[in-house]
Design a protein around this ligand. Structure first.
Ligand SMILES: CC(C)(COP(=O)(O)OP(=O)(O)OC[C@H]1O[C@@H](n2cnc3c(N)ncnc32)[C@H](O)[C@@H]1OP(=O)(O)O)[C@@H](O)C(=O)NCCC(=O)NCCS
Length: 172
């Protein structure tokens, strides 16, 4: 197999805009359909991601996209970890990269970009909830300084099997 040694374009990272919703939906629905990275089964309509984006923006939470060659190829965001007041300094993030752009540093760049935003919002801890089968995401988070702190057994069910959820955390 030929090895692609050509330099990878650096993604530009910026806040998501309304016109990015179709790309975000396409990335998200591919992850829902083909992986256990998201614990939901049905494809979402654009209206669901638009409402999510609006809600995150209205709460002052970031929704970031990575753009390569003018195309949105990944997105990341964080929101409440648990919606009780005393968790207010803790947030849970998500990050999804388009299938054909994985393994090129884009997911890492997005999570790295979330950290100073969390700091500027007075957050103290970032949490990643990752399916235990998702070795790539666990490895990426550990590389970014997240510590694996919990393993919940059989809390999810998808594709006719039980799913374990791993939590990793990083102090901002
Ligand atoms: C998981 C995901 C966000 C990682 O983003 P990415 O851009 O593919 O990852 P990166 O290129 O930044 O990888 C950073 C490090 O993570 C590790 N890693 C990433 N993908 C990996 C894989 N498939 N297998 C093993 N290690 C992997 C490697 O250590 C890598 O560093 P290296 O390239 O120096 O070896 C991305 O693959 C993705 O969107 N996957 C599908 C959806 C998903 O799992 N979302 C996360 C839900 S928690």
């Amino acid at each position: 197999m030929a090895i692609d040694d050509s330099p990878q374009p650096v993604p530009a990272i910026r806040d998501a805009r309304l016109e990015d919703i179709p790309a975000i939906v396409a990335i998200y629905n591919e992850v829902i359909a083909n992986t256990t990275a998201v614990y939901r089964e049905a494809a979402v309509p654009s209206s669901e991601r638009e409402a999510w984006w609006r809600e995150r923006c209205s709460r002052g939470f970031p929704v970031l996209v990575a753009v390569v060659g003018g195309e949105v190829v990944a997105f990341a965001s964080f929101g409440d970890f648990r919606a009780w007041p005393c968790y207010r300094h803790t947030v849970e993030h998500s990050v999804h990269v388009r299938a054909d752009r994985r393994g090129r540093g884009i997911g890492s760049a997005l999570v790295r970009a979330l950290v100073p935003i969390a700091a500027s919002l007075g957050k103290h801890v970032l949490i990643a909830g990752v399916d235990a089968e998702n070795g790539g995401s666990i490895a990426m988070h550990q590389k970014l300084g997240f510590e694996r702190v919990a393993h919940l057994r059989e809390v999810g069910r998808k594709f006719d099997r039980w799913l374990d959820l791993v939590f990793l955390q990083r102090t901002v």
